[in-house]
Design a protein around this ligand. Structure first.
Ligand SMILES: [Fe+2]
Ligand SMILES: [Fe+2]
Length: 318
């Protein structure tokens, strides 16, 4: 079996539609400037549009244009808010494919590094077992919120961003950045489930979060072990994790700001081996780039322009 596969080689059945994720990568590099955000989204509009064709997101694109991705990603999921139902389905679908990629990431980490210690392989095998269970849980949760597998396009940017050729960097990217993001998202969803008295969602998310904390801890421990006599490698692993985290901030959607769509799960992450210093750094990192205010203004402009161009009455924005 081949080692180090490319994301295009990930196997999917015919239910899945693959999407190029240009926006998330580019967002990570943008300044806090309304015009820059507007310009970027107008430029990548056709790619975003292509990713919606034949999916449940098509009507959202037709109504709001390329900004619909920002409207779904950058707004918190709150009970009763307009668009919450779509946002929830998209999030559950995104987590479902994220779990699939986490399973693939852990499987690759087990296979790609034959020289790694036996305990490392056992940890990765344990993670595969957990992620396989998570895939099943989220398939059911997706159904629970009225969605279905393949209703939205899948972007493999989690797998792309986190898979490095050095095992220290791999676990820094997959286990600390990707799994850390999962902790932030699950903690947020547990709060939503509490507000909506959804015991099924609350409990399943809580079970999954407990596993994710273990996976982050695998990352914290193995980065330290692989790099124990090599400060240069440790610095590289740290930088790789920061780079990956920068991409996962989604233009400030996940940050320490109190009005961010997804907060950093500070206490959970500490429990999983993040230090206060690393968390302060993550908070600062996620605060870079466009602010929520900037994103809101950019969304307003993008939606107004799209609707004017396509003769859509602006009341449709509600
Ligand atoms: Fe998972
Ligand atoms: Fe995980």
């Amino acid at each position: 079996m081949k080692r180090f596969i490319e994301h295009e080689e990930l196997a999917r059945d015919r239910r899945f539609i693959r999407q190029q994720n240009v926006a998330a990568d580019l967002l990570a590099t943008l300044p806090d400037d309304v015009d820059a955000v507007v310009e970027l989204f107008e430029k990548v509009g056709p790619v975003i549009e292509a990713g919606t064709r034949g999916t449940a997101a098509e009507p959202l694109y037709d109504r709001f244009g390329p900004a619909f991705t920002l409207m779904t990603l950058n707004e918190p999921i709150r009970p009763g808010d307009p668009g919450t139902e779509d946002r929830l389905k998209m999030r559950m679908h995104g987590i479902f494919v994220g779990e699939l990629q986490a399973l693939e990431g852990a499987g690759r980490s087990l296979w790609d590094f034959p020289e790694a210690p036996w305990e490392f392989k056992m940890n990765m095998a344990r993670q595969c077992w957990d992620e396989a269970r998570h895939v099943q849980i989220f398939e059911k949760l997706l159904d629970h919120v009225g969605g279905e597998v393949g209703m939205y396009a899948e972007s493999t940017f989690l797998f792309e961003a986190a898979c490095a050729d050095d095992p220290a960097l791999r676990v820094a990217g997959v286990n600390r950045a990707l799994e850390g993001l999962a902790c932030d998202v699950f903690r947020d969803n547990i709060e939503y489930a509490k507000q909506t008295d959804d015991a099924l969602m609350e409990q399943s998310m809580d079970y999954v979060l407990a596993d994710e904390l273990t996976h982050v801890r695998f990352g914290s421990e193995w980065v330290a072990e692989f790099c124990k006599d090599d400060p240069e490698r440790l610095a590289k692993a740290r930088e790789f994790r920061r780079e990956t985290d920068r991409r996962f901030n989604f233009g400030g959607a996940r940050s320490a700001d109190k009005d961010a769509a997804i907060q950093i799960a500070w206490e959970d992450r500490k429990f999983a081996g993040f230090t206060d210093e690393e968390l302060e750094d993550l908070a600062q990192l996620s605060g870079e780039g466009p602010s929520r205010k900037t994103m809101k203004k950019a969304i307003e402009i993008l939606v107004a322009r799209f609707q004017e161009e396509h003769g859509i009455p602006s009341e449709a924005q509600s």
